[in-house]
Design a protein around this ligand. Structure first.
Ligand SMILES: Cc1cc2nc3c(=O)[nH]c(=O)nc-3n(C[C@H](O)[C@H](O)[C@H](O)COP(=O)(O)O)c2cc1C
Length: 369
């Protein structure tokens, strides 16, 4: 039987399981239309909010590259380097809801079979802020958005009741998700921050509030490097910098670790994996851990803004892998490596009896003396 790339995720039919993540590639209707023409199964819009947004002066994103021979890392463009990561301090969409509303409808009319997920964000400090979530959710779904992704994870917000500051609080996650669930007729995805002690706790809050899926990861809190010549941060405004988000290849193993925790804790729930994907071999990691869809940002930004070559290679890579392994649909391989992640004590030793697990206080305490 021919390999079937189509899949159902949170009750929605995706032509293929690859989405553009919420970010610059999905900041406009023209980009989103181009993305669908290029073959993406879905897109998540750049996060839409109700409060006005003014970004920093100068670039909002840059790319950190490594020189293979020396290991030198720098944002300076130079030949012969390999991409290490993206770094950004971009805020949510600077376009108001009124700008997005007719566009969501137009995109859906042009591409009814492609999945359009509206990413939304408001605060959580008052009933009025919770109503903002409902206003955003209602407006987007009325225009035809197929799902809502709650941005509980933007890492660079000063407001303590927004973004990853909500995503660090299980109770707030539940309250916000529930507020959206009260008005939502479409599935809710909760995009969580990787920057917490135990993401399983926050995911529990999202599912309790009514989320149909959890998305992970948003970018990891990080700083740009200091240029050793000028002693200035490679990204700064008037010499100043603020914590921003790391994406791209560097975060793939980090994000996988978060996803493994999630899919092991909730084997029957739905997960959308993000972080460091630019080819099918990368996406495969998330599917093998149990994800039903995979999202891409950094790699698409570097490929004609919306990733036409990336999606082509994801689709051909998925077909080839399915043929090689004899899989007919994503269900044949989703989650088949989830149970290979075990506690350290379950990893075989040359001599099992020699393993002490670090619990023996005697000897352990004496070692330094
Ligand atoms: C410039 C930039 C802007 C982003 N804006 C948003 C956003 O508005 N909402 C959101 O949920 N995530 C946003 N993200 C995070 C991405 O959706 C994604 O989670 C992250 O970049 C990791 O994926 P990657 O490794 O493929 O880049 C942004 C990322 C970048 C690089």
């Amino acid at each position: 039987m021919a390999a079937q790339l189509a899949t159902t995720f949170t009750g929605l039919r995706f032509e293929n399981p690859f989405l553009l993540a919420s970010a610059p590639p999905t900041e406009s209707d023209s980009n989103i239309m181009r993305a669908f023409d290029a073959g993406w199964g879905g897109v998540v819009t750049k996060t839409i909010g109700l409060h006005p947004v003014v970004n920093v002066d100068g670039p909002k994103t840059k790319f950190l590259r490594a020189t293979p021979e020396s290991g030198h890392l720098s944002m300076q463009k130079r030949p012969g380097t390999a991409l290490h990561s993206s770094w950004n301090w971009e805020l949510i969409s600077d376009k108001p809801l009124d700008w997005w509303v007719p566009r969501i409808s137009r995109i859906k009319q042009a591409h009814p079979a492609r999945m359009l997920v509206a990413s939304i964000m408001a605060g959580s400090g008052s009933d009025e802020e919770l109503r903002h979530w409902q206003t955003l959710a209602t407006a987007c779904q009325n225009e035809g958005a197929d799902a809502l992704e709650l941005n509980l994870s933007c890492p660079h917000m000063d407001r303590t009741d927004m973004g990853s500051n909500i995503g660090k609080d299980q109770g707030l996650i539940s309250i916000v998700t529930q507020a959206v669930a009260e008005v939502a007729r479409v599935p809710i995805w909760a995009k969580l921050t990787p920057s917490t002690t135990d993401i399983v706790v926050e995911a529990g809050g999202a599912f309790l509030g009514g989320a149909a899926a959890v998305t992970s990861s948003n970018t990891f809190p990080s700083l740009p490097l200091v240029d050793p010549g000028t002693l200035e941060f490679e990204m700064n405004v008037d010499g100043f910098v603020s914590s921003g988000g790391l994406g791209g290849p560097a975060i793939l193993p980090l994000s996988m670790a978060k996803m493994a925790q999630l899919t092991q804790a909730f084997p029957d729930k739905s997960f959308s994996g993000i972080g460091g994907v630019s080819e099918f071999a990368h996406a495969l990691n998330y599917f093998l851990l149990g994800c039903g869809t995979v999202q891409v940002c950094t790699a698409a930004m570097l490929d004609h803004a919306i990733g036409p070559n990336i999606i082509a290679s994801l689709l051909s890579g998925m077909r080839e892998a399915m043929e090689r392994h004899g899989w007919t649909s994503l269900d044949d391989f989703r989650g088949i490596r989830r149970d290979r992640i075990v506690t350290h004590s379950r990893i075989r030793r040359p001599d099992a009896k020699a393993y002490h697990g670090g619990y023996e206080a005697e000897g352990y305490a004496a070692a330094d003396r």
